[in-house]
Design a binder for this molecule. Structure first.
Ligand code: TRP
Length: 328
C-alpha cells in the first residue's frame, strides 16, 4: 500500500474551502492508502501569532478533521511539533536545497511582497520543512492543490540531490491533484480563504451560514430576476455540485437558464444540502469537544505512530550522513 502525507495549518477552524478542496479527499484516501495527516504548527510560526492561542488552534483543527471523517483507526492524525524529527530532517535537507530555487518559489515571493515587515528565513525555508514532512514517512503521494505544485517539484529535486550525494534514501513524492472544481470565495472572485474573509467556517450557526449564502455573489449577468443565468459561471452552482443530488442540480440548472427561479430560490435549495452536511459535521465536532480525553488520546496515539516511523527514517538518514555513527 502506498503512503499518503498531507498537512494543514492550525488556523483554528476548518472552512468550506478546506473541506471541499482538501479534507473530503483526505477522507476518501483513507481506504486506499496508508495516510498520515499532520497539523503543521511549525509551519504556522513563520507568521505572527499569539503563542497562548496555538494549542487551542491545533486542537480545534484536530476536532474539525475528525468530525469531517478522518478516522484515527485508518489514518495517523498528529500535530507536527509532537514529532521533533520534522525539524531535524528539515535542517539536513536544507544542506542539499539550492538557495536560488527557494528564492524562486512564488509563495515565498507573494508572502514577502504582501508582508514586507515579516520576511524571515522560516518563510524562505518553508518548502524544506514541507519536504521533510513528506519524506519522514516515505510518502509517495501528496494530495495538494495547484498552489502547492511548485513546492512538490522542489521536494522531488531535493530527493534527487540527497540521493545523488548520500546514496539512494528517499523516493520522489508525486502530487495527487484534486479533481474537484476550484472553490471560489463568496465574493465569486478570489480563492476561498480565511484571511480574505470570503468563506464559511464549518462551525458557523445555520443563521450565519444562510446570511453569508444569501449575500454571496452569483452570475453577474443575472442583474434582474427575469434575466436568465449561466450556471457554469456561477459559484453557487459550483457549490450545488457538492451539496445537491443530480435531480436538484438539474432543477437548478433548468431554473437558472430559463429564469424560472431566482438566485434566492437557488440559494435556498443549496442551503438545504449545506445544512444537512455541515449539521452532521457540527454534531460530531460537538461530541468531540465534550470529550477532551478522547481527543487527547487520538492525538497521542497519532504522535506515537508517527514518531516510530520518523525515528527509523532519521536513524537511516544519520547513518547516511555519517552522524552519530558511534551510537553517541
Ligand atoms: N504548506 C501546506 C499548506 O499550507 C501545508 C503543508 C505542510 C503540507 N506540510 C505539508 C501539505 C506536506 C502537503 C505536504 O497548505
Amino acid at each position: 500500500m502506498e503512503t499518503v502525507f498531507s498537512g494543514i495549518q492550525p488556523t483554528g477552524e476548518l472552512h468550506l474551502g478546506n473541506y471541499l478542496g482538501a479534507v473530503r479527499t483526505w477522507v476518501t484516501l483513507q481506504d486506499q492508502y496508508r495516510c498520515f495527516y499532520c497539523i503543521v504548527d511549525y509551519h504556522a510560526i513563520t507568521q505572527p501569532y499569539e503563542p497562548a492561542q496555538m494549542p487551542a488552534r491545533a486542537r480545534a483543527m484536530a476536532i474539525d478533521l475528525l468530525a469531517c471523517g478522518i478516522d484515527p483507526d485508518r489514518a495517523t492524525l498528529f500535530i507536527q511539533s509532537a514529532v521533533p524529527e520534522h525539524t531535524e530532517l528539515a535542517w539536513v535537507l536544507s544542506s542539499v536545497t539550492p538557495f536560488g530555487e527557494l528564492g524562486r518559489m512564488t509563495q515565498f515571493k507573494d508572502k514577502s511582497e504582501h508582508h514586507p515587515d515579516n520576511v524571515n528565513a522560516g518563510i524562505f525555508n518553508y518548502p524544506v520543512l514541507q519536504t521533510a514532512d513528506i519524506l519522514l514517512y516515505g510518502a509517495t503521494r501528496v494530495p495538494v492543490g495547484e498552489d502547492q505544485r511548485q513546492h512538490l517539484e522542489l521536494a522531488r529535486e531535493i530527493v534527487r540531490r540527497f540521493n545523488a550525494r548520500f546514496g539512494d534514501t528517499f523516493v520522489e513524492p508525486q502530487p495527487l491533484f484534486s479533481t474537484t472544481p476550484k472553490i471560489l470565495g463568496l465574493d465569486g472572485h478570489a480563492k476561498m480563504s480565511k484571511s480574505l474573509g470570503n468563506t464559511i467556517a464549518l462551525a458557523e450557526t445555520e443563521a450565519a451560514i444562510w446570511d453569508k449564502l444569501r449575500t454571496a455573489a452569483t452570475d453577474p449577468a443575472r442583474a434582474k430576476r427575469s434575466d436568465p443565468g449561466t450556471p457554469e459561471k456561477c459559484n453557487i452552482f459550483t457549490l450545488h455540485k457538492f451539496f445537491s443530488d443530480a435531480d436538484r442540480q438539474a432543477a437548478v440548472h433548468a431554473g437558472c437558464t430559463t429564469a424560472g427561479i431566482g438566485c434566492i430560490d437557488c440559494k435556498k435549495m443549496l442551503f438545504e444540502g449545506v445544512k444537512a452536511d455541515l449539521g452532521r459535521i457540527a454534531a460530531r465536532a460537538e461530541a468531540l469537544r465534550a470529550d477532551p480525553a478522547r481527543v487527547d488520546e487520538i492525538l497521542a496515539r497519532g504522535a506515537a505512530e508517527a514518531r516510530k516511523v520518523a525515528a527509523s527514517t532519521m536513524a537511516r538518514v544519520r547513518e547516511r550522513l555519517g552522524l552519530r555513527a558511534a551510537g553517541a
